[in-house]
Each structure stands twice: as structure tokens, then as C-alpha cells.
Design a protein around this ligand. Structure first.
Ligand SMILES: NC(=O)C1=CN([C@@H]2O[C@H](COP(=O)(O)OP(=O)(O)OC[C@H]3O[C@@H](n4cnc5c(N)ncnc54)[C@H](O)[C@@H]3O)[C@@H](O)[C@H]2O)C=CC1
Ligand SMILES: O=C(O)[C@@H]1CCC=N1
Length: 260
């Protein structure tokens, strides 16, 4: 099976590389020299979207949201009846369907595709059970995946699509905290990253609620409660909730803009 990745920028290159371990992959980009390195992974690199779409059984769109319609117009005939997966934030299935006669999937992965730990949520109304299986096999090469109703796609975009950026801000803050209390840079970085990784794993593997994990760590009268007191005083939870809310709202705005 051949998969075309149209618009191999940041996420598209990660997608092409991950898929190349299991599938035949064609990747396109206007500045083709920037993705020549993908050839080392067996990816066929082209400039022409139409030829790539013609050669492929499944097409993944990784261009920016404002380019999706233009690209679909360009490859309309080549994708007829094929599965087309769009990773573009905010672009509804309705808009995709109005641009080509294909079987569309609207999906939202995240940059952790690079280490096969993406969380990919997707919505579709066009696929048979067999085709869903095929698409999930593709998403599983990126990490974990779930099917959701399309009404949740903007929310998931604001949460897990953008999530690695929020987590990186938190990570960076932890590292800075470590530096403030005198840790060497490399120790601060490793301690911060492994602590986040371990906590996420603990939550996923035990089904403990984060509040239970927090309480397990807080020794009465100990050190952690002093740190938690500062976090609560800084309204960190409100800040993070506002970040997810703002990004989800922006995803919704993108869909309104595209309809104009
Ligand atoms: N960066 C991320 O972590 C995530 C991005 N996305 C979505 O993926 C899409 C791409 O995002 P990024 O990779 O961050 O942006 P990007 O700007 O790095 O990648 C887009 C690529 O498309 C190329 N392109 C533009 N017009 C083209 C055309 N006509 N034909 C072929 N290639 C063309 C650009 O040259 C660029 O390399 C967006 O729709 C975004 O919503 C989704 C999930 C996560
Ligand atoms: O910032 C963005 O628009 C894209 C969508 C989700 C993550 N990055």
C-alpha cells in the first residue's frame, strides 16, 4: 500500500518518516530540497501533489489549514473514491467533502509522532469497518489513537494537538526551577523529563486520578506542600485551562474563516 503525505513540513516529515517503516511513502513539499533527507528512509520525494496523489492509495494532508482547499482542488481527480486524511486544525469534514469526492478522515495527532507516542484522535463518517481498521493501523504507527465524534475535534486540537507545547513550557519551567536551586543543567533536564514521563505512565498504568497521585506525594508537613502552595497561589491550573480553551477556540475560528 502506498501513502502520499502532501505538504511535508514539521508534522508531515514526522508522519512520512514514521510511515516509511511499514508502508511505501511519497512525500511532497514545494521546497523539495528540505525533505531530500527522507529519501534515506525510502520515502519518494516529489514536488507535484497531483502525481503523488495519483500514485497513492491513501493521501494524508499536512499543509496548513488555509492551504487545504487549494491543495484539494489541485488533486481532486486523483483522490476520487480514495481515503484522504486531513491533519489540518479546524477544517471540518463538511468543508473537506465539498472540495473532493473522497472518503475523508479529519484527524489530530501531535508532534510525539517523532517518538511513536502521539495521541491521535480522528473523526469520520465515510469509512467501512475494514477501512477504519486500515486507518487505525496507520495511526498506530504514530502512537495511540481513538475515534471521536467530530464535535470534539476542536477541543482535542486545543488539548492534545497543542499539548506538547504546553508540556514543554512546564518542562522548561521545571528545568529553570532546578537551575534556580543549583542543579547542573543536564541533571535538571533529565530529572524534569523523567519525572513528567514517570507521572504520566503512573496515571495511565494504574488509573489513579492525578489528585490521588498528588496526595501520595505530599507528606504532611513535608517539602511538597510548600511547592504546591506556591503553584496554587500562582493560579497555575487556571492558566493551563485558559490555554486549552484559547487554542480550542482558535481551532473553531479557523473553520469559520475557511467558510468565508
Ligand atoms: N505542528 C504540529 O505539531 C501539528 C500540526 N498539525 C497540522 O498540520 C499542518 C501542518 O502544520 P506544520 O507541520 O506545523 O506546518 P508547516 O508549515 O511546518 O508545514 C506545512 C508544509 O506544507 C508545505 N506546503 C504549503 N503549500 C503546499 C503545497 N501547495 N503543496 C505542497 N506543500 C505545501 C509548506 O511548504 C510546509 O512545509 C497544519 O494544518 C496543522 O494544523 C496537526 C497536529 C500537530
Ligand atoms: O498550532 C497549530 O495550529 C497546530 C495544530 C495543533 C498543533 N499545532
Amino acid at each position: 500500500m502506498k501513502i502520499a503525505v502532501i505538504g511535508a513540513g514539521t508534522i508531515g516529515s514526522a508522519v512520512a518518516k514514521a510511515l516509511s517503516e511499514k508502508y511505501g511513502v511519497i512525500a511532497t513539499r514545494r521546497k523539495i530540497e528540505k525533505i531530500k533527507w527522507l529519501e534515506e528512509h525510502g520515502v519518494e520525494v516529489l514536488r507535484d501533489n497531483k502525481i503523488a496523489a495519483e500514485m497513492a492509495d491513501i493521501i494524508i494532508l499536512t499543509v496548513k489549514p488555509n492551504k487545504v482547499r487549494k491543495v484539494l482542488e489541485e488533486i481532486r481527480e486523483a483522490v476520487e473514491g480514495k481515503i484522504v486524511i486531513s491533519f489540518a486544525a479546524g477544517i471540518p469534514l463538511k468543508v473537506l467533502k465539498s472540495s473532493a469526492d473522497a472518503k475523508f478522515v479529519r484527524a489530530m495527532p501531535n508532534i510525539a509522532i517523532l517518538v511513536k507516542e502521539s495521541f491521535t484522535a480522528y473523526a469520520t463518517n465515510d469509512l467501512s469497518d475494514e477501512e477504519i481498521k486500515l486507518v487505525e493501523e496507520i495511526f498506530e504507527t504514530f502512537g495511540k489513537c481513538i475515534k471521536i465524534e467530530e464535535e470534539y475535534m476542536d477541543a482535542i486540537t486545543g488539548l492534545s494537538g497543542s499539548g506538547p507545547a504546553y508540556a514543554s513550557v512546564f518542562l522548561e519551567s521545571l528545568i529553570y526551577g532546578g537551575l534556580k536551586v543549583g542543579l547542573p543543567r543536564d541533571v535538571a533536564l533529565l530529572a524534569s523529563a523523567q519525572t513528567l514521563l514517570g507521572t504520566a505512565k503512573l496515571l495511565l498504568e494504574t488509573n489513579l486520578h492525578p489528585a490521588q497521585i498528588r496526595d501520595m506525594v505530599i507528606t504532611p508537613g513535608g517539602t511538597t506542600i510548600d511547592g504546591i502552595f506556591e503553584l496554587e497561589d500562582s493560579r497555575v491550573r487556571t492558566a493551563i485551562m485558559k490555554a486549552v480553551d484559547a487554542a480550542a477556540k482558535k481551532s473553531k475560528i479557523l473553520s469559520l474563516e475557511i467558510n468565508r
